[in-house]
Design a protein around this ligand. Structure first.
Ligand code: ZN
Length: 325
């Protein structure tokens, strides 16, 4: 059971069309982390869960759509980072008929979360990790299906396909939804917060969190998603974006920009802090070009969490390059 009582917050949902509902998991702050509920002819599936503390919100959203836990056929977890999959085990206990779909490299970590927990404790310390994520509940191995690349799944007549995409994490897949011609991209197509939308549209940047960020694969993932000619994308951070081709160009530019920043500080003593400072300037510059009106404090309050994690991820990538010279 979660160690922290869920504050009594109202379930916030957004209908994004085609029988898809974005549920705010209320991780960290509002509109940062989404779970998506997909309904089809009396059946349903979730894509990503947020943390343990999000599970009551997901079940409430399901009821709001007139569905019971028994109607959920699948829980798709794009990858096993805890803001996407941390609530997976707790949610599966509530869904008697659901199968959890995981990447072959992610599945063992949800069946036995010991390594995930140890990794999270190493980053945040045991107490803070527990406050952020609660107790990670394992998923019975016989309720997990390993998703091969380009494997189709069906619920209520709705067909979806998994696509393995590396670059952000080596245990990541995206989910193509044939009906909406949309793709659930997890973290493979970056982050686009609705607070940063302007008259010029959506603003996007990559998530390069440790320990697996790898720029060549990250570029390839963007092109692979674009190759499906999707009409829209559903990002975990945060939900539906429509200007897919322009956002793909922005993603490629930002990955290159981040790599340039990392390489500039390769030999710096305080490398992580130096990358962090330049990444913030880089994003402020792009936001000004994008017509964003908020000041630097407003920007920092929105991007701080990502800038810190992204810098750690670039630092880890530089370390990896040095080890593999
Ligand atoms: Zn992630």
């Amino acid at each position: 059971m979660p160690q922290r009582a869920m504050p009594q917050r109202k379930t916030q949902t957004t209908q994004v069309g085609d029988g898809i509902v974005a549920i705010d998991t209320q991780y960290m702050r509002p509109l940062l982390d989404a779970s998506h509920l997909v309904v089809a002819d009396g059946h349903a599936a979730f894509v990503d869960t947020g943390t343990n503390f999000s599970v009551p919100l997901l079940l409430d959203a399901l009821r709001q759509q007139g569905r019971d836990p028994g109607d959920v056929d699948y829980l798709f977890l794009t990858h096993v980072h805890l803001d996407h999959a941390g609530g997976g085990g707790t949610l599966m206990r509530e869904l008697p008929n659901a199968t959890c779909v995981l990447h072959p490299r992610g599945a063992p970590h949800m069946a036995d979360p010991a390594k995930l927990v140890a990794g999270t404790n190493a980053v945040y310390g045991e107490q803070q990790a527990r406050e952020m994520y609660g107790e990670i509940v394992p998923i019975d191995a016989d309720r997990i299906v390993v998703a091969e690349d380009e494997q189709w799944f069906e619920f209520g007549g709705r067909r979806v396909q998994t696509l393995h995409t590396e670059g952000h994490a080596r245990h990541h897949y995206c989910l193509y939804d044939l009906q909406s011609r949309g793709v659930f991209t997890g973290d493979s197509f970056g982050i686009s917060y609705r607070e940063l939308d302007t008259k010029n549209g959506e603003f996007i940047y990559p998530t390069t969190t440790p320990p697996h960020f790898e720029p060549t694969a990250a570029h390839e993932a963007i092109d692979r998603i674009l190759g499906l000619q999707p009409e829209k994308l559903y990002l975990t951070h945060y939900s539906r974006v429509d200007d897919v081709e322009r956002l793909a160009v922005d993603m490629h530019d930002c990955i290159d920009g981040f790599v340039e920043i990392a390489e500039r500080h390769r030999d710096a003593d305080n490398r992580c802090e130096a990358i962090q400072a330049d990444m913030f300037e880089f994003l402020c510059g792009r936001l000004a070009e994008h017509g964003y009106q908020g000041d630097r404090d407003a920007i920092w309050s929105i991007v701080q969490f990502d800038v810190v994690l992204n810098s750690q991820g670039l630092d880890a990538w530089l370390n990896w390059l040095e080890r593999n010279k």
